[in-house]
Design a protein around this ligand. Sequence first.
Ligand SMILES: Cc1cc2nc3c(=O)[nH]c(=O)nc-3n(C[C@H](O)[C@H](O)[C@H](O)COP(=O)(O)O)c2cc1C
Length: 168
Amino acid sequence: MLKKKITDYNKNFFDEIKNSYAILTAGDKNVGFNSMTVSWGGIGVLWGMDVAYVFVRHSRYTYKFINESDSVTLAFLNDNYKEAKAIFGSKSGKDINKYEASGLHPTFDPDYNGYYPMEADYVFKMKKLYSIDIPYDNLPSDIKDKFYKNGDMHTMYVCEIKQFLVKE
Ligand SMILES: Cc1cc2nc3c(=O)[nH]c(=O)nc-3n(C[C@H](O)[C@H](O)[C@H](O)COP(=O)(O)O)c2cc1C
């Protein structure tokens, strides 16, 4: 992987996250790690830092790891890995080893004490800065009805993008 400046990022993020999805991985050598598919999130600037925002429901196995560790990666794989992304978005790491089931390979980055799938075209290596539970009561009623009827709320994580890696 080549280390690039974040200002070299030249993709359409809306298309990438919404239509191609990303694999979010949280955890480190001490607590272990887990990965799941995400299609909600954003990138931007906050507190003078390059950041990404991700949203994880409390029922996800990944929720445990993102709370226990500051190491978070957002990895984008092309659509040759559509099936793998479907597995990471429908099966839980509580029940199966999704890497074995999908044929993807987790890479450990020792500089950073975090993981990402080796097959990614590009990766944001990030440090969790802040998290906040989405408060049910403040939401518009149509959003409550559409997304939170079962009470499985999201937590929003703000993560600093520490490094932008691109496949060679
Ligand atoms: C296309 C797609 C996008 C998803 N986006 C999110 C998301 O942004 N946040 C979230 O909490 N779950 C999202 N999910 C659901 C999780 O990926 C799914 O529940 C997964 O099985 C959780 O795995 P885990 O239990 O191993 O963490 C998405 C699923 C798919 C298929």
